[in-house]
Design a protein around this ligand. Structure first.
Ligand SMILES: *[C@@H]1O[C@H](CO)[C@@H](O)[C@H](O)[C@H]1NC(C)=O
Ligand SMILES: *[C@@H]1O[C@H](CO)[C@@H](O)[C@H](O)[C@H]1NC(C)=O
Ligand SMILES: *[C@@H]1O[C@H](CO)[C@@H](O)[C@H](O)[C@H]1NC(C)=O
Length: 396
């Protein structure tokens, strides 16, 4: 006699198998809302040819980019610029990040920049070490600049009540909030929200692509996203969008509401409020663009609306009394003051910041980009992703 009574184990197992087969059949037979064709391929690639993808005309021969120099001509929609845009690749890093910085830069060069030769700017609140400069200079293809952040752009302002700030940090630390006890993380979030684009090395440029140490670019980028942004009047580009931790931004939304009540003139006619709120602006649904990847127009951050917005937020001290991140601050600013038509989901750029990856969901884009990521593991339709909300904004 077998010591294991067969029926006690096999029946539940069989039930699970039958239920799984039944569910899978229903899933395979039911037309997917995005794609009426039911096939295994449509499960891996739920989207085909998006009307919002970068048009093929932008996949131009990068050879004419040989001449260094920013484009100053007036853009004509649909006519690709054949010269480099007024743009830089930008990384904030510490000397101790050197290995991961060199790796990110190398991937960016291999996947994109070796054909385009955009300059790099590296910023650090301390002077960059010779070692950092040597390692990074060895992997860049274009000009490279290393800069130190002015103290007044980085450190906690003197008007912040340090007793209160310390109490709040300690409380968040006790509650296990990620980076809840960190002062340097707060400095970084405030710097990224309102200062990086004022740095003398960055001020000469209009567009930037933010690159962090330790990230991965999973597809070839055979088009110039800066040229696309410039010609199509785009302000902000993203690849991953998700929910913020409520605990880190408890009074951010009420502060935003106060600001737009005082300044309704800054809210764009085509604002993407419905991306941020499910009830017309009463509550924030916590959706934001994950700002460790950004391709954006700094003239927007430098402009009147966002400058007034940042100064207003900063004066409330929430970067230090709470732990406001640059991701919700940029996202709210772009969604409300630039508007939905000026925000681009760069679906064709495969991007990984552990633990999340955006991998193109369109088979043609995935193949064209020779992507090394797996579309079915993309974060796009993870339960924690806000992309379904962005799809609604795009009318998909
Ligand atoms: C600073 O914060 C502490 C703790 O919240 C408070 O007791 C104190 O009155 C504050 N000081 C000033 C000058 O507002
Ligand atoms: C590039 O953009 C910056 C910021 O808008 C501007 O100050 C600068 O003059 C531009 N450079 C060129 C060559 O157009
Ligand atoms: C770009 O957007 C701005 C603001 O929405 C608008 O004033 C301008 O006319 C647009 N330009 C083009 C070329 O569409």
């Amino acid at each position: 006699m077998s010591p294991i009574p067969r029926t006690r184990f096999s029946r539940p197992v069989l039930i699970v198998v039958f239920v799984s087969i039944a569910l899978l059949s229903i899933f395979l037979i039911t037309p997917h809302p995005y794609n009426p064709v039911s096939s295994v391929s449509s499960l891996i690639f739920p989207h085909t040819n998006s009307p919002h993808a970068v048009p093929q005309s932008y996949y131009d021969d990068p050879e004419p980019y040989g001449t260094i120099g920013a484009d100053t001509s007036t853009p004509t929609p649909g006519q690709p610029i054949r010269r480099r845009a007024n743009a830089t690749l930008l990384m904030l890093a510490r000397n101790s990040d050197v290995d991961e910085a060199a790796r990110s830069v190398r991937e960016m060069e291999d996947r994109f920049n070796h054909k385009y030769g955009y300059p790099w700017v590296f910023l650090n609140e301390q002077p960059f070490s010779d070692d950092f400069k040597r390692r990074v200079s060895n992997v860049v293809s274009g000009p490279v600049h290393f800069g130190q952040i002015p103290e007044e752009h980085w450190y906690q302002p003197s008007w912040i009540n340090e007793t209160r700030a310390t109490e709040e940090r300690d409380k968040m630390e006790e509650e296990g909030v990620i980076y809840g006890g960190s002062l340097s993380y707060r400095n970084m979030c405030r710097f990224n929200s309102g200062f990086f684009y004022r740095h003398p090395l960055v001020q000469n440029f209009r567009y930037y692509w933010r690159v962090e140490p330790g990230v991965h670019f999973r597809c070839d980028v055979n088009f110039d996203p800066f040229a696309y942004m410039h010609e199509n009047n785009k302000t902000y580009g993203f690849t991953i969008t998700m929910y913020e931790f409520q605990r880190t931004i408890e009074t951010l939304w009420s502060t935003v509401q106060d600001f737009i009540t005082e300044h309704p003139e800054y809210v764009a006619v085509n604002s993407a409020m419905n991306f941020l709120s499910d009830n017309g602006g009463t509550d924030y649904n916590l959706c934001h663009f994950w700002s460790n990847f950004e391709i954006a127009d700094m003239d927007f951050w430098r402009g009147e609306a966002y400058t007034a917005f940042f100064d207003y937020l900063d004066s409330h001290g929430g970067f230090y009394y709470e732990r406001w991140g640059d991701a919700p601050v940029h996202s709210i600013g772009a969604a409300l003051f630039a508007g939905k038509d000026r925000i681009q989901f760069f679906r064709e750029i495969g991007y990984e910041h552990a633990p999340y990856t955006h991998c193109p969901a369109e088979e043609d884009l995935w193949k064209q980009g020779r992507c090394s990521c797996e579309p079915s593991q993309s974060f796009d339709y993870d339960g924690y992703s806000c992309l379904p909300r962005w799809d609604r904004i795009e009318g998909r």
